[in-house]
Design a protein around this ligand. Structure first.
Ligand SMILES: NC(=O)c1ccc[n+]([C@@H]2O[C@H](COP(=O)([O-])OP(=O)(O)OC[C@H]3O[C@@H](n4cnc5c(N)ncnc54)[C@H](O)[C@@H]3O)[C@@H](O)[C@H]2O)c1
Length: 261
């Protein structure tokens, strides 16, 4: 029996087959989950992908549109009677804002990025709450730039910091109802969003050398840890941030070759 047999939930943030959320969806499907998908604009691709994991629930949901968020969770909750998991895999920053450095961030850009990338987690939990039940699990995706300065990540780092802290407060508020909220912080992966970041390609190459496990991580690697959090295996774990980055986050300095010896 799959680890998610009988569980039903929503995965956000699939835009194409490279999306981390798509790696999660494939694994969740293999583990027996019933999945609903949301998309921002690009219905064509997501419908094809959703079909391939037997999902007929695909809804538009721009997370800045409160009505759309509410109606997605209401529709899913009413259709299936429960929401066992929610995967938050949504982030956005305007490329110019990122390139100009934090000091030149506009108020408009700041609010937009924080709204899409962090407030949306609150909005998901609020509107899903009537359908969450004992054992439901919310998992959000983050990046090391939340608590370390990562070149070029700039405003997104601030948003990820807010996302991680938000997840802890939500974990505390929902814990009594046995609803868990956790974060998985992934190493760099070649996705559409990531290609918008300056120097992303070089960074990925260096990372493999500099990480203790001497490799980059994949969508599938991240999906396994997200599976742990969505399944009953993690029923006593909430408010955590787990790194799936081949250990990179523990490093302080590197030798020229990337090793410490
Ligand atoms: N790729 C990486 O290196 C990496 C590393 C760590 C964390 N992450 C995080 O993983 C998550 C998924 O990103 P990805 O790398 O798979 O890229 P992706 O481009 O495949 O996914 C980003 C998603 O955000 C969605 N989105 C943006 N604005 C939205 C809005 N207003 N409403 C609804 N959806 C919106 C896009 O439609 C897209 O589906 C993000 O939170 C990202 O920050 C990515």
């Amino acid at each position: 029996m799959g680890l998610l047999e009988g569980k039903k939930g929503i995965i956000t943030g699939v835009i194409n087959h490279r999306s981390i959320a798509w790696g999660i969806a494939k694994l969740f499907h293999e583990e027996g989950a019933t999945i609903g998908f949301t998309y921002r604009r690009e219905k064509k691709w997501i419908e094809k992908l959703a079909n391939s994991v037997n999902s007929d629930f695909v809804r538009m949901c721009d997370v800045q549109n409160e009505e759309q968020v509410k109606s997605v969770f209401d529709e899913f909750g009413e259709k299936y009677g429960q929401i066992d998991f929610i995967i938050h895999a949504v982030a956005y920053a305007n490329g110019e804002e990122l390139a100009n450095g934090v000091i030149n961030t506009s108020r408009k850009g700041f609010l937009e990025t924080l709204d899409i990338s962090a407030y949306s987690l609150i909005s998901f939990c609020k509107h899903a709450r009537p359908y969450l039940r004992e054992g439901s699990s919310i998992v959000a995706l983050s990046y090391l730039g939340a608590n370390r300065v990562c070149a070029g990540y700039n405003l997104l780092g601030i948003a990820k910091s807010a996302l991680e802290t938000t997840s802890k407060y939500l974990a505390s508020e929902l814990g009594e109802e046995q609803i868990r909220v956790n974060v998985v912080s992934a190493g760099p992966i070649r996705t559409l969003a990531a290609f918008g970041l300056p120097n992303f390609r070089e960074m990925v190459e260096k990372r493999a050398m500099q990480s203790p496990l001497k490799k980059n991580v994949t969508q599938e690697d991240v999906a396994k840890t997200v599976l742990y959090y969505a399944s009953n295996l993690s029923e006593c774990t909430t408010g955590q941030v787990s790194y799936v980055d081949a250990g990179y986050n523990i490093m302080g300095t590197w030798s020229e070759t990337g090793s410490l010896s």
